[in-house]
Design a protein around this ligand. Structure first.
Ligand code: IDP
Ligand code: MG
Length: 141
């Protein structure tokens, strides 16, 4: 059993795709363990994406991620990290298949509808970053 962070990004919330994305998560057999509608501040977005600090797209990414509310979730299941990332599709929606969420809802390389942790260390960091002590004690085995 593994846990991962999934985020429905501001473009997908604005586009009214929250319900379809949650339905896809559940159809995939992933379990939603925590979920919160939130709006990140610039500083929170900067900390969340600190691995990308200094890259050419970093400031654009922060503007995007703070442009509206997001839905943050903790998902669990066998191979949850890989399974959620396969359901998301590749970073660039142009190369994402029509069965993936980025293929269905992503608009561009920046505006790509969803986020998923890329490894278990990243998942732990992102879970404590977004949910802190509020849910994690209950979630940890
Ligand atoms: P990922 O979300 O598929 O893990 P990352 O490389 O971790 O992709 O990038 C984080 C986010 O930054 C992407 O989801 C996308 O919104 C944005 N991004 C990534 N690469 C670029 C780029 O080259 N130009 C513009 N935005 C980018
Ligand atoms: Mg990433």
């Amino acid at each position: 059993m593994e846990r991962t962070i999934a985020i429905i990004k501001p473009d997908a919330v604005r586009g009214h795709h929250v319900g379809e994305i949650i339905a896809a998560v559940e159809a995939q057999g992933l379990t939603i363990e925590a979920m919160e509608f939130m709006r990140l501040t610039k500083e929170q977005a900067r900390g969340f994406y600190s691995v990308h600090e200094g890259k050419h797209f970093f400031e654009r990414l922060l503007d995007y991620m703070t442009s509206g509310p997001i839905v943050a979730m903790v998902l669990s299941g066998d191979d949850a990290i890989t399974r959620w990332r396969s359901l998301m599709g590749p970073t660039n929606p142009e190369s994402a298949g029509p069965e993936t969420l980025r293929g269905r809802f992503g608009e561009s390389l920046t505006f790509n509808a969803v986020h998923g942790s890329d490894a278990s260390e990243t998942a732990s960091y992102e879970m404590s970053y977004l949910f802190g002590g509020r849910y994690l004690n209950g979630l940890r085995r």
